[in-house]
Design a protein around this ligand. Structure first.
Ligand SMILES: [Zn+2]
Length: 62
């Protein structure tokens, strides 16, 4: 697994390693589970992710 930066420079990066190892084992993010019960304010999400640093279009956010 290549993270693109040195994970040993900050102790908190163990969280990044564990997170990404979870993905390699097949675990998605909680918010991607259709049974999570999250009531999204979709317009707020689109608006937020349209701002820097993401500046994503609606299609990318979706
Ligand atoms: Zn992730």
């Amino acid at each position: 697994m290549n993270f693109g930066w040195n994970l040993t420079e900050a102790a908190s990066e163990i969280d990044t390693a564990i997170h990404e190892i979870g993905h390699t084992l097949g675990f998605p993010h909680e918010h991607q589970n259709p049974n999570s019960g999250i009531a999204w304010d979709e317009e707020a999400v689109y608006h937020s992710l349209a701002q820097p640093p993401n500046s994503w279009s609606r299609e990318v956010t979706f």
